[in-house]
Structure formats: C-alpha cells, structure tokens
Design a protein around this ligand. Sequence first.
Ligand SMILES: *[C@@H]1O[C@H](CO)[C@@H](O)[C@H](O)[C@H]1NC(C)=O
Ligand SMILES: *[C@@H]1O[C@H](CO)[C@@H](O)[C@H](O)[C@H]1NC(C)=O
Length: 371
Amino acid sequence: MLGKNILFGAFAILASLAATVAADNVLALTPDDFDKTIGSTPALVEFYAPWCGHCKSLAPVYEELGQAFAGKNDKVLIAKVDADAHRKLGSRFHVTGFPTIKWFPNGVNGNSEDYQGGRDLDSLADFVSKQSGVKSSIVKVNPSVTVLTDATFDSKVLNSGKSALVEFYAPWCGHCKNLAPTYEKVAQDFLNEENVLIANLDATVEKKVAQKYGVTGYPTIKFFAPDGTVEDYLGGRTQQEFIDFMNKKAGTQRVAGGLLSAEVGRIPELDTLAQKFVATQNQSEKKTLSTQGIELAATLSTDNASAKYYGRFFEKALATPTFPTTEAARLAKIIQGKSVNRARLDDFSIRHNIISVFAEATTAPSGKDEL
Ligand SMILES: *[C@@H]1O[C@H](CO)[C@@H](O)[C@H](O)[C@H]1NC(C)=O
Ligand SMILES: *[C@@H]1O[C@H](CO)[C@@H](O)[C@H](O)[C@H]1NC(C)=O
C-alpha cells in the first residue's frame, strides 16, 4: 500500500518534470488545425520527421526560437509539422526533405518561401525579426564587430580614415560560423583603437559591395587601408594572427585580451635610471637616481602622462621601498578584474608597464581573454 503510494508520487513528479522540460513554445500543427491556427499571421514552419537526425539537432534551437518570440503569437508564429505523420500537409507545400523550414509571410493565404539561412538561433531569430518586424527577446552579448551594409560601407570604411578589416560572409557558411567567436574577440581587442575597425558584411544581402570587390567565396576577408589600398587577408585565422596583422598594418600595440603590449608608455632613458635605482642598495645612490629621474621626467613634457608616472614612482619608491611591488600587484588586479571601464584600461596598462620596471620580478599581467 505504502509502496504503491510512493510509486504514484514518483510518477507524478516525473510527469510534472517532463511537462516543465518540454515547455512548448513551438506550435505543433496538424492538418486539422494548420490553416485555422496560422490564418493570416506570418509564420515560420518547420516540416520534420521524428527519425531525422538534423531535425533532432535543430529541435533545441527551434524551441529556443519559439521562446524568443513567445507571447507575440498575434504577430508572428513559430510552428512545426510532423510531415512524416502528415505527408499530405508536407506535399501541399512541396516538402521533399527534412527538415524543411518555410516562411509564410502572409500566413496560409499567400506564398511561402524556403528558409535558406543558418540553423543557429541568431540566424533564425534575425530572419524572423527582419521579415516580421517583431523583435525577439534574445539579448545579444557580442556587439563588438561592426555590421556593415551597402549603404554604410563608404562612410564607415572607405572615407573613415581607419584601418579596416572586413569579413564578407554568408549566413549558411560553416567556416564563417567557426570564425565568428574568434572574430568577435579580435573586435573586442581593438575596441579602444579609434582608428581601427573590425567589421563584417552579409555578402548575400549587401550584394553591391560584395560584387564591387569580387567576392565569390566565404568567408572572404579584406583589409582596407586609410590610403584607399585594399588587400586580401590571407593570414591564419587565430586571434593572435589577426592581432599581429592589424598591429602591423595600423601601427597599434594590442595583445590578446585588448590590453596594450608591455612596451607601451615606456621611456628608455627613464627605464635606465629606474633599473639603476632598483639595482643599488646604497641609499644615497638611490636618492641621487630618484632625483635625476624626477627631474628628467619633468623636463620631458608637462602633459606627458607616462613621464608623470615615472616621476611619481621615483618619488614613492624612494620613500617606501615596498611601493613598486604593491602597486604592480594592485594594478594587475584592476586590469584583470572585470569591473574596470574599457576607456580607462589603457591608462592602467601603461601605469602597470612602468611600475613593472621598478618592481623587478613582477611579470606583466596576461591578456584577459574571458572579458
Ligand atoms: C654609497 O654611495 C656613495 C656615492 O657613490 C658613496 O660615497 C658611499 O660610500 C656609498 N656608501 C656605502 C655604504 O657603500
Ligand atoms: C612621452 O615622452 C616620450 C619621450 O619623449 C615619448 O616617447 C612618448 O611618445 C611621449 N608620450 C606621449 C603620450 O606624448
């Protein structure tokens, strides 16, 4: 008796769990309700078969898509049809393979077209948004790559005076999808460089520009120099290879993670004095070197931030011998933390580069890939 109750309880929990997991935001339609449900509402419909592998891999993405447009059923529908069980419904729309995804711009009343885009959430959601004018609830977290169009290309690239890297992609292209996360990181690495642009362009939509530059394969990556010269990017596709290329072309000194390289902000004459200052244990020599350092820093320029930092560090290091190591550690922590404002990050990098000369053994912080 007791055992039976426990068993029933377990079943009830399992059943409710299953209901939660399968929280269906995708309308499952049959011949009985297809026309009635869709009516004249724009709809994206996936025709699938239960045994089809590609359909199974699409299922979780498609469920997310349904979720992204949930609550907007009066404006756009995300639906699916088991076209193996309901073959007539499939053949009515000329479905011959699975999955077939069709867009019905005017519901069942008008024509339908095959969806040809990528089967990732972003591509699907972008398509539905563009076609229906309904915004999805997806929050884009990686907006660092500048998106170009035929209309914006000239102003953002050709007439911008910037060193621009432009990827011509197609939504369905696998190599382009593989490149996307790396390309996004590269764009982040150069966010603080106002004369560098990392951009992309959907060549299947923005055809004028793609044609002008003879783009036939995807991805095609081109570099546009400020002087108007254009060249194909033929380098490797790792983050570091893109960074090296752009540093060389644009004269920047970025490292992976978006920081400045360890040489930025350093002044050789002051480095030499700082190294002597660190090397000697003789307090009166230290004092002399510190004074020389402060004086040299002051003569370099009144508005040279690097020189000012050298001056301040000579003063502090003389008064408090532990200052360089504590300051280097403090700056490294700030740089590696996630809270620092991107605009101020370069200043912290420069300060850290300089204090590291005073703090002998302190190594430069590595780039923060996780940013
Ligand atoms: C420290 O250096 C000064 C100047 O070079 C020198 O006169 C003095 O003897 C040195 N002191 C010691 C303890 O070595
Ligand atoms: C600061 O002065 C040094 C040495 O003259 C120079 O190399 C550096 O470019 C200057 N930095 C700025 C920001 O002007």
